[in-house]
Each structure stands twice: as C-alpha cells, then as structure tokens.
Design a protein around this ligand. Structure first.
Ligand code: C5P
Length: 222
C-alpha cells in the first residue's frame, strides 16, 4: 500500500494530537507534532533569556537547537539538545509565549523546512496549524478539526488534572481563545482550513468517532 501523508490542523486543544497519534498507530505511520517544535524553541528562548519578539535572536537560537520527536508507548517524547522537555513544554510559561515565537516568518521558514524533510518519504501524520495550507500542500489527506472553546477548555482542564498539573477552567478558556486569536490573525501562515480539507466538528464526538471518520477519508485515498 502507498504511504501517504496526512495533515491534521485546527485550533488549540481541538483534539488533534490525541487523534493523530491514534491514526499513526493504526497505520504504522510516524506522528509529528509540529506544535511541540514551536514549544521547544519557546522553552529554549525562556531558558536563555531571548526575547520572544526578537526574530533574529530566535532564528540563531533555533539554528543551535536540535529538536527531536521520539515515538514512545505513551505517545511522543520531545528532546531539546538532548534534554527531555516533554512535560515542561506543556506548562503555562511556554503555552502563553509560544504564539509570539510562532509569528516570526524566519522562525517558521526554518521549522517548515525541518517538517518537510521529515515528511519527505511519506507515511506521516502531522498536526499543527498550517500543515494542509503551507507545510504539506500536497498531502493526500487533509483534516481540519474544530470544537467550541468551552469544550476545548473542558478537555484541556481534565487532561491537566489527570497529569497532576494545576488547572483553572476559566483561565484555560481565556488562554485558548487568546492563542486562537494570535494564531488566526498572524500574517505568516495563519490558522486556516485548506480549501480541500475535510472539516470535522469534534464538540460532541468521541475520540473513537473522530478517528473512525478520519480513517474513512484515509481509506478513500490509500
Ligand atoms: O498544537 P500546539 O498547541 O502544541 O501548538 C502550540 C503553538 O505553536 C500554537 O498555538 C501556534 O502558535 C504554534 N504552531 C504554529 N504552527 C504549527 C503548529 C503550532 O504556529 N504548525
């Protein structure tokens, strides 16, 4: 069977990574979380005291930042220059700064080059904001996941609690809405549904139902 590429885009906390991991496992494809790459650079910037609005400084930092996404039974581990940052990049500090780091065209250019290199041979499930529109415009399958802000905040809240992170529902809702605004209104590769993407509203669907719908689309193209 042909090894295709699958692009999964959508706003923050729409369930992209959960469902992308599931699809990757079913097809024995590689899951690539592009958000983790922007988070990893943001972590480095905060660690090194680099201003998230300084594009040149971020670009040179990125050039010295080796980001590794490693498949693991629990999903995916993220390493930055050999350091395991899997949990810390999901924390408040990184989450609230990442959309500023991701606005810079030169940062995105370098990230996109790395992402395309990873997808060169096919057989990847890649999630993000601009995968179907910009990173992999020729992906055989494009999915756009959406859900209400309330529902996304509720899911993230439960996830935080399950992981033992502090969490406040109202704060989460505000942060998600703010991040969506920054990601949709930026100039370079904003969050958009590609014209040829299949849109799925996950608000009242289970993970299994979303995965089944995506597998239908995949099986039509494979
Ligand atoms: O998907 P996740 O919430 O981990 O993404 C974190 C942030 O990284 C997003 O809010 C967005 O600012 C940025 N991002 C992006 N392009 C992508 C993936 C993520 O700009 N393809």
């Amino acid at each position: 069977k042909q090894r295709i590429n699958i692009a999964i885009d959508g706003p923050a906390a729409a369930g992209k990574s959960t469902v992308a991991k599931l699809i990757a496992r079913r097809l024995s494809y590689v899951y690539i979380d592009t958000g983790a790459m922007y988070r990893a650079l943001t972590y480095r910037a905060l660690q090194c005291g680099v201003d998230v609005h300084d594009e040149q400084a971020l670009l040179s930092l990125l050039r010295h930042t080796h980001i590794e996404l490693q498949p693991s039974p629990q999903g995916q581990l993220v390493f930055v220059n050999g350091e395991d940052v899997t949990d810390i990049i999901r924390g408040e500090a990184v989450t609230n700064a990442v959309s500023f780091v991701a606005q810079h065209p030169l940062v995105r250019e370098e990230m996109v080059a790395r992402q395309r290199a990873m997808a060169k041979g096919g057989g990847v499930v890649m999630d993000g904001r601009d995968i179907g529109t910009n990173v992999l415009p020729n992906a055989e399958v494009k999915i756009f996941l959406k859900a209400s802000v309330e529902e996304r905040a509720r899911r993230r809240h439960e996830e935080n609690i399950a992981r033992g992170f502090p969490s406040d529902f109202e704060t989460l809702k505000e942060e998600i809405a703010r991040r969506d605004r920054l990601d949709s209104e930026r100039e370079t590769a904003p969050l958009r549904k590609a014209p040829d993407a299949v849109e799925i509203d996950t608000t009242s669907l289970s993970v299994e139902e979303v995965a089944a719908r995506i597998m239908e689309v995949v099986n039509e193209r494979i």
